[in-house]
Design a protein around this ligand. Structure first.
Ligand code: NAP
Ligand code: ZN
Ligand code: ZN
Length: 347
């Protein structure tokens, strides 16, 4: 066991504070990663505040991890000391079910994936995330960060990147497709960059026009405020895909009306409250209302390679670990441009 410094929420809704945790010894198939940067995802906030309930405390959040390999187990074949690597939302899965074999580990039917934090590993030990100095992970759940990507701007891609890339690919986003991204936050701003890089015509639907200049700079072709009722009249029946990244419930009927025939509204935002939807708002145009859960390990590597090729990184505000609680407040107030990333050297 190695003792490492970390930031943890000791109890639901309590501020995060500096503490220490134990990391397991490096096993045969494990790599030890010296964490350099950890992104702050809104999911960290939902969980640290126990908004999704049944959280395991103390909780060390963080599933957007970028770092450097400092030790490898004797059976490790994919990584060497010095490699630049990332870890996202999962650190293990059953590895045997059809979905795991297909590289769709988030949909593991053998008990679900082992999440990077707020979960228990196969030995029943709590998992602790990226707001820490080091992490030990089996090599099959580690991905390579291409040289062209800075570790700081790559960290958020491990969740925000794959969570937007996977549904954009699944729903065939590319040239000739019209895509709306709802919410220009951590996920949303990466979604805009990715959809633009895939060749789609991209529209941002934000609460206001406050961030319009940024949205257009990030690759959006159009930008509308959802607080303006005219937006919904103007854009009725327009989109092939709506990627909803909003962390709160929306008026689903209003958004469904923006889809064209067979269009899909993919919800990656996970509000804490139940949402309401009428089937009448869906059937008129044979629309799809669906969700998407991060993405598998092979697709995460594909996404990172795509990002390196297209120069896609997150727009970040680098913070010291002492600023985590303030950053949580700002994310909750939609005041983030566009991802807070913790400099792990300050933990
Ligand atoms: P974020 O940075 O806070 O971005 C969410 C954005 O939604 C905000 O910037 C804001 O954009 C908009 N928004 C917030 N409150 C709103 C409200 N009441 N009404 C309308 N719009 C609102 O959060 P994030 O890190 O991108 O995460 C977004 C959601 O995705 C969270 O619920 C998170 O848990 C979830 N998530 C899911 C997965 C998955 O696998 N499905 C993975 C990661 C995260 P504007 O200011 O532009 O309106
Ligand atoms: Zn996340
Ligand atoms: Zn499985």
């Amino acid at each position: 066991m190695t003792t490492v410094a970390a930031y943890a929420a000791p109890a639901p809704k309590a501020p995060l504070e500096r503490t220490t945790i134990e990391r397991r010894p490096v096993g045969d198939h494990d790599v030890l990663i010296d964490i350099k940067f950890a992104g702050i995802c809104h999911s960290d906030i939902h969980q640290a505040r126990d908004g999704w309930s049944e959280g395991i405390f103390p909780m060390v959040p963080g599933h957007e991890i970028a770092g450097v390999v400092t030790e490898v187990g004797p059976e490790v074949t994919k990584f060497s000391v010095g490699d630049r690597v990332g870890v996202g939302c999962m650190v293990d899965s059953c590895r045997e079910c059809d979905n795991c074999k297909a590289g769709l580990e988030p949909y593991c039917t053998g008990g679900g994936p082992v999440l990077t934090y707020n979960d228990k590993d196969k030995e029943g030990e709590p998992t602790y995330g990226g707001y820490s100095e080091q992490i030990v992970v089996g090599e099959d759940f580690v991905v390579r960060i291409p040289d062209g990507l800075g570790l700081d701007v790559a960290a958020p891609l491990l969740c925000a990147g794959i969570t937007t890339y996977s549904p954009l690919r699944h729903w065939g986003v590319g040239p000739g497709k019209k895509v709306a991204v709802v919410g220009l936050g951590g996920l949303g701003h990466v979604g805009v960059k990715l959809a633009h890089a895939m060749g789609a015509e991209v529209t941002v639907l934000s609460q206001s026009l406050r961030k319009k200049d940024d949205g257009l700079r990030l690759g959006a072709d159009h930008y509308y405020a959802t607080s303006d009722p005219e937006t919904f009249e103007k854009l009725a029946g327009t989109f092939d895909v709506i990627l909803n990244t909003v962390s709160a419930p929306l008026d689903f009927a209003a958004y469904m009306s923006l889809l064209r025939l067979d269009g899909a509204m993919v919800n990656v935002g996970l509000p804490e409250e139940p949402v309401q939807v009428t089937l009448q708002s869906i059937f008129g145009n044979r629309r799809n209302l669906t969700t998407s859960n991060i993405g598998g390990i092979p697709e995460t590597q594909e996404m990172l390679d795509f990002c390196a090729e297209h120069g896609v990184g997150a727009e970040i505000e680098l913070i010291g670990a002492g600023e985590i609680n303030d950053a949580y407040e700002r994310v909750t107030a939609s005041d983030v441009r566009y991802r807070f990333v913790i400099d792990a050297a300050t933990i």
